[in-house]
Design a protein around this ligand. Structure first.
Ligand SMILES: [Zn+2]
Ligand SMILES: [Zn+2]
Ligand SMILES: [Zn+2]
Ligand SMILES: [Zn+2]
Ligand SMILES: [Zn+2]
Length: 374
């Protein structure tokens, strides 16, 4: 029996490896030892391999875990994802489609949080690569177009509607002007007058809102009363006054008769007694002005001069005659003498009557009738 001739290559069994004797008929083994398995992998499989002899067992395709996004895609850009096998092998996908690819991504409408003018919003997209929470820019971002605005008032809220092709429509509520976020800008306040409206200006992160302040109620400033119809002892009168701010505003009042002492005071210092020849007066004063009541002159027994015919009467017209008082030549007594035809009629009638039985008198009668004497 010669020396064994061991192979330099390993022979492997299920559990062990060794160097086999190459001599025919000899089954002797050298360096027999248990495999020392280590984990090995390539792009497709992983397995156990003996680090000494290279024996492999349990060759298995990788069992990939879930994808995990290492770079989120956006609406416009692709992302990256990787997945890992329990053996440690990683697989990377560098072209995860953008979120607009609806064959891959589904937007979860329940997850939508609208942005505000201060805060970003968000919405979730899901796919086999995982979930992406897409931030939505604040409404102050220039990507947004403001479609409409209703200013808030002191009583109610306002609103604003924004739109963007990627993020859709967003409507926000603007708090009423009574909300503490609004600050009244005193430098822009305009006080209303009787002629013009004023305004208050409120400022907040929602911009500027003007509130019109109604014009102030007009307060008349009356001028002095003027008596337009003087009252008398027995009758009422009227007075009028005009607003000094607007001449179209007038105030009219019925004045009581001068006997009403609640309004009228007889001014004793202005009283003048009437004399035989001259009128006197009583003066009544009030807030509306003064009224003078003439007290007629007491008068005298006229001492008339002779009659003078100032216009002679004619056959058909009356005349005038007058006489003057010798005590006061402004006292004149006037009479109107009747037309002369009256006398003529009388005498003609008399003559016609006495003569009418005589036949020639008929001619006179006819004459008289023709001339309307009878
Ligand atoms: Zn041998
Ligand atoms: Zn081995
Ligand atoms: Zn593996
Ligand atoms: Zn007025
Ligand atoms: Zn007289």
């Amino acid at each position: 029996m010669g020396a064994h001739n061991y192979s330099t290559a390993w022979t492997a069994g299920t559990d062990q490896h060794w160097h086999a004797c190459q001599t025919a008929g000899c089954t002797d083994k050298s360096d027999t030892a248990d495999h020392t398995f280590v984990q090995k992998k390539d792009g497709t499989n992983h397995w156990q391999e003996c680090s000494v002899c290279g024996y492999k067992k349990d060759v298995t395709a990788h069992a990939w875990g879930s994808w995990e996004l290492t770079a989120d895609p956006t609406l416009k850009t692709t992302g990256e994802a990787e997945r890992t096998c329990s053996c440690g092998e990683k697989q990377t996908k560098t072209d995860v489609p953008a979120l607009t690819d609806t064959t891959v991504w589904t937007m979860d409408s329940g997850s939508r949080k609208d942005p505000t003018i201060k805060d970003k919003g968000s919405e979730d997209y899901t796919s086999e690569y995982g979930t992406v929470t897409l931030p939505i820019p604040e409404l102050t971002d220039p990507i947004w177009t403001k479609v409409s605005r209703t200013d808030p008032t002191l009583d109610g809220t306002g609103s604003e509607k924004y739109t963007n092709t990627d993020y859709g429509d967003v409507t926000i509520t603007i708090p009423a002007l009574t909300d503490p976020i609004w600050i009244k800008d005193d430098s822009k306040h305009v006080e209303p007058t009787e002629e013009d409206t004023g305004k208050d200006v409120y400022i907040s992160e929602y911009g500027e809102v003007e509130v019109i302040l109604p014009a102030k109620e007009h307060t008349h400033v009356w001028g002095n009363w003027t008596i337009t119809t003087e009252p008398t002892i027995t009758a009422t009168g009227t007075a009028k006054r005009v607003c000094t701010k607007n001449a179209e505003h007038t105030d009219t009042k019925t004045l009581p008769a001068l006997t009403d002492t609640s309004v009228w005071t007889k001014a004793d210092d202005k009283h003048v007694d009437p004399t035989k020849d001259n009128d006197g007066k009583d003066v009544y004063t009030s807030e509306y002005g003064e009224v003078i009541v003439v007290l007629p002159a007491l008068g005298h027994t006229h001492e008339w001069g002779g009659w003078t015919i100032t216009t002679a009467p004619t056959l058909t017209e009356t005349g005038t005659a007058q006489r003057v008082c010798t005590l006061n030549n402004t006292h004149i007594d006037t009479k109107t003498p009747p037309a002369l035809r009256r006398f003529f009629n009388f005498f003609s009638r008399f003559f016609c009557y006495t003569l009418k039985k005589q036949c020639f008198a008929k001619n006179i009668l006819l004459f008289c009738k023709k001339n309307e004497i009878l």
